[in-house]
Design a protein around this ligand. Structure first.
Ligand SMILES: NC(=O)c1ccc[n+]([C@@H]2O[C@H](COP(=O)([O-])OP(=O)(O)OC[C@H]3O[C@@H](n4cnc5c(N)ncnc54)[C@H](OP(=O)(O)O)[C@@H]3O)[C@@H](O)[C@H]2O)c1
Length: 228
């Protein structure tokens, strides 16, 4: 079976490497991006792959909903959803604005939840689906919630969403997990980061293609279980 995979924030950084990695595995990939031109440009150098560009702006509730519904109508049910898009506001608790907090919650929690609401019912009905939430060690209680507040709080909420849904989904072959890519050399991670975007994408691709006996409701880095 060819899986249809949607990756948000697929036009650059770790997300683009996920797009390429899933395509290499023979999946049909929906490259979600805010600007269609960025997505079209990003997929230019990927030859022989089935990659479709769809506009997904997690800040725009109506177009997000319309475009996910349209994508399902055109390309069929989504088997694998990777909630990868992310924003990093580095302001500390004294400086962080309400808008920055809201944006982080929108991109890391409300937006992913909106997409999940559209794709999960069909996954449950078919008893097949994989949802991968791209989180961060900076939002892990077990690692001290080290990130700046907008980022740490919203990634912790994304982790909570992962665990909550995994407990509530009554379909044993629908899996939802969170992962941290590690510190990756991208626009967000900066040039000192030790990992390549391709390395950062590996665990998400692995979780997206898990076997039926794979885990659900867990948190991973380097394909290893980590604590919330
Ligand atoms: N890099 C690291 O070291 C690191 C570490 C831990 C976790 N992560 C997580 O890994 C994921 C990918 O990060 P990255 O390093 O690849 O970051 P990146 O290079 O900055 O890329 C971020 C992606 O998210 C998209 N995005 C941002 N806001 C969006 C919105 N409102 N709607 C739709 N897309 C939006 C961006 O689109 P535009 O191009 O339109 O801006 C871009 O495609 C993020 O969730 C991040 O939190 C990264």
């Amino acid at each position: 079976m060819t899986s249809t995979v949607l990756v948000t924030g697929g036009n650059r950084g770790i997300g683009l490497e996920m797009v390429k990695g899933f395509a290499k595995q023979g999946c049909k990939v929906l490259l979600g991006c805010r600007e269609e031109d960025d997505g079209l440009k990003a997929k230019e150098d990927v030859v022989g792959a089935d990659i479709q560009v769809i506009e997904i702006d997690l800040n725009d509730k109506q177009s997000l909903q319309d475009n996910v519904v349209r994508a399902q109508a055109v390309f069929g049910d989504i088997d694998v959803l990777v909630n990868n898009a992310g924003v990093l506001c580095e302001d500390n608790w004294e400086r962080v604005s309400d808008d920055a907090l809201k944006e982080a919650m929108q991109v890391h929690v409300h937006g992913p939840m909106a997409i999940i609401r559209h794709v999960l019912p069909a996954m449950i009905e078919r008893n097949y689906g994989r949802i991968v939430n791209v989180s961060s060690g900076w939002g892990a209680f077990s690692e001290g919630m080290e990130g700046p507040p907008a980022y740490a709080l919203s990634k912790a909420a994304m982790n909570a969403l992962t665990l909550h849904l995994a407990r509530k989904i009554d379909a044993d072959n629908v899996k939802i997990n969170a992962m941290s890519p590690g510190w990756v050399h991208t626009r967000m991670g900066g040039s000192d980061a030790p990992l390549t975007p391709e390395e950062g994408a590996e665990t998400a691709i692995w979780l997206g293609l898990l076997d039926e006996d794979g885990p659900t409701g867990k948190f991973f880095r380097d394909k290893q279980l980590i604590e919330w």
